[in-house]
Write a protein that binds this ligand. Structure first.
Ligand SMILES: Cc1cc2nc3c(=O)[nH]c(=O)nc-3n(C[C@H](O)[C@H](O)[C@H](O)COP(=O)(O)OP(=O)(O)OC[C@H]3O[C@@H](n4cnc5c(N)ncnc54)[C@H](O)[C@@H]3O)c2cc1C
Length: 411
């Protein structure tokens, strides 16, 4: 019976973090929610370093205990290195109140765990079901779905939430895609048996390394709790086009040039094929419309450098659940004012940090010898994901970073 026509309150496209959390939140409010997921979980996903702000939303969805019990790698901050320079941010030393620690997670396990928690709470999730069309008629939405097992069928709902990540289902179907203003960059990445014994690496933090000569090339090293790590490099597409070799050779060559990172990974065993994602930044003309809203990566994706993706995805889920609730209780919410604008406060704060990273303002701040403790706490707050706290001057005023970078350069 699973794949015949059905009618629900809310249909969610995709069971990644934003889909799992929004469906749990709406289920708690008493709505009938159906999640359609084209893959079978566990499935690989990139994006393994969480930010402490995520924990607030996991708590709201009653999933935080399951995440804490899952033996993921503890994370309490972010470390940065460039040549001989090294500094780190301890996320418990931050301006904004709230969680100061989180986890680094294998996303196949993490995403399955969240989806299973949503299912335990009563959400129906159908795996192997791909959404292929969307229509909005007479105040209802109609989705065409292809089930691997039983073929095509339709789902009717009062609202559709697109949590399809890089699948970007509704942006593609409704011509909402807009090119990102960020430059086209490529990420090369893999998982390794890390064999790290070096005192130069703190396993409780993500390590972000800047290439010694090319400051727009950077690497992540995200340790897991099982002796393995995720390692990747982000570089302009044109730069990689000039490098010889396949992606694996390119990744290894760049790591060997990475100074401290190269030393930390001396004994690492590269045992997994190298993945490539090109031009990952994306944007949309609008985040909502008649009968639908876009969540997480289906809306805007900036850049991996500050690990903000899952945090933005969960924030969008939390905001959307509230506005859908108002919509379905006939309170005619203003989606622009109640969903898009508040979501973009944090997205724009991260955008300023991403811009500041690539034009080196933020790098100059991070690697400055002397920083005021209060300023460091404010920067730490944004890096910990508290990008919606408008009491923080670095969230409220985008010009702050420029002024601070100038001060740091004059030191
Ligand atoms: C190189 C790189 C590194 C990153 N590193 C980090 C990091 O360290 N930390 C971090 O927080 N973020 C990181 N991100 C971002 C992170 O991967 C995403 O922001 C996050 O996964 C978004 O979650 P989501 O729920 O929106 O979508 P997803 O997690 O992508 O989930 C979407 C789901 O929708 C399903 N789907 C797609 N199409 C359809 C369809 N037609 N029908 C049904 N289902 C469908 C997919 O199968 C998928 O399961 C990184 C991104 C990149 C590119």
């Amino acid at each position: 019976m699973e794949s015949s026509f059905c009618s629900v309150d809310v249909v969610v496209i995709g069971a990644g973090p934003s889909g799992a959390v929004v469906s749990a939140l709406l289920n708690k409010r008493g709505y009938r929610v159906l999640v359609l997921e084209k893959e079978h979980f566990p499935r690989f996903s990139i994006g393994e370093s969480l930010l402490p702000q995520c924990m607030t939303f996991l708590e709201e969805a009653e999933m935080v205990e399951a995440v804490q019990d899952a033996a993921f790698q503890f994370k309490n901050g972010a470390a940065f290195t460039w040549g001989d320079e090294y500094d780190f941010f301890n996320f418990s030393e931050k301006f904004t109140e709230g969680w100061g620690t989180t986890f680094q997670v294998q996303r196949d396990r993490f995403d399955k765990l969240l989806a299973d928690e949503a299912a335990k709470q009563g959400v129906e999730i159908r795996y192997g079901h791909t959404v292929s069309a969307f229509e909005n008629t007479d105040g209802k939405v109609l989705l065409a779905v292809d089930s691997e097992e039983s073929g095509a069928y339709e789902v009717e709902a009062k609202m559709a939430l697109d949590a399809s990540g890089f699948g970007r289902v509704l942006p593609r179907l409704l011509d909402l895609e807009k090119p990102s203003e960020l430059a086209v960059r490529t990420a090369l990445f893999t998982h390794i048996e890390d064999h790290i014994g070096s005192h130069e690496f703190d396993r409780d933090k993500i390590l972000v390394t800047v290439h010694p000569e090319h400051r727009d090339i950077w690497y992540w090293l995200i340790p897991f709790s099982n002796g393995r790590s995720s390692v990747g490099v982000v570089a302009p597409r044109e730069f990689l086009a000039t490098m010889p070799g396949d992606p694996e050779l390119q990744l290894k060559t760049l790591i060997s040039e990475g100074g401290r990172l190269a030393r930390v990974l001396t004994d690492a065993v590269f045992d997994t094929p190298v993945g490539v994602i090109e031009g990952y930044s994306s944007s949309v003309k609008r985040l909502h419309g008649e009968g639908f809203a876009l969540l997480g990566n289906a809306g805007e994706f900036l850049d991996p450098v500050f690990s903000s993706g899952v945090t933005i995805a969960l924030k969008s889920a939390s905001l959307a659940a509230e506005v859908v609730d108002r919509e379905l209780s006939n309170k005619t919410p203003d989606w622009e004012q109640e969903y898009a604008a508040p979501l973009m406060v944090g997205v724009n704060a991260f955008r300023e940090f991403v811009d500041g990273w690539y034009d080196c303002r933020l790098q100059d701040v991070i690697f400055a010898k002397e920083k005021s403790a209060q300023v460091k706490r404010m920067i730490s707050s944004v890096l910990a994901g508290y990008a919606w706290d408008t009491d923080n001057p670095y969230v409220r005023e985008s010009s702050r970073l420029t002024t601070l970078a100038e001060l740091c350069r004059d030191q």
